[in-house]
Structures are given as C-alpha cells and as structure tokens.
Design a protein around this ligand. Structure first.
Ligand SMILES: [Cu+2]
Length: 108
C-alpha cells in the first residue's frame, strides 16, 4: 500500500516536470516566432574589431533591431530586424553619425 503511494507520487512529480519542460519550449517557440528579416549593409571605414563593436552597439539601439553581425574584413553588417520595422535610413544615419558610410548592399 505504501509502495503504491510512493510510486504514484513519483509519477506525479515526473509528469509535472514534463509539463513544465514543454511549457518552456512553447514559450521559446513564441519568442522566436517574431518575423524577422536580414538587411545587409555595406559599411565603409571599419578597420578593426573595435569598429565592429561600435557598429553593433549603435545599430542595436534602433527600434526593431534584434541582432547585428558586423565584419570589418567584409566591410559589411548583417542586421536582423523585426519585420515591418526595417528603418534602413535610420541605420545609415546612425552609422554616419559615428563616422561610417553605409548603404544597403546590392542583392544581385
Ligand atoms: Cu576600428
């Protein structure tokens, strides 16, 4: 009788753990479900990792920007933005203010 009770208890703990886990996954899925789009900018004037960092920091301040991947070697920045919030002009102006010339990369 006691054993049965303990087994039931263990099963209950196990099940609630599983439910908690799947709830977490659902939440993560909802967060990544935000539609995004990648804008590639050609950026002139980057010469080192410090420049990359400056560009990332500056672009991330713009509303809708989710993440930035800048490369001084390639002279470009890949900006992941929330769809409908692609403020490309604001990005170009923000980079201009800190001394870099940027433009939208040709997608040819
Ligand atoms: Cu630099």
């Amino acid at each position: 009788m006691k054993v049965q009770f303990i087994l039931t208890l263990m099963l209950a703990v196990l099940l609630s753990g599983l439910i908690a886990c799947s709830a977490d996954e659902n939440q993560q899925a909802a967060e990544t479900a935000v539609a995004t789009k990648v804008v590639t900018l050609d950026v002139e004037g980057m010469t080192c990792g410090g420049c990359e960092a400056a560009i990332k920091t500056t672009l991330k301040k713009i509303d809708g920007v989710q993440s930035v991947d800048a490369s001084y070697e390639k002279g470009s920045a890949e900006v992941t933005v929330q769809q409908g919030k692609e403020q490309v002009q604001a990005m170009i102006e923000a980079l201009d203010k800190i001394g870099y010339k940027a433009k939208v990369a040709d997608k040819s």
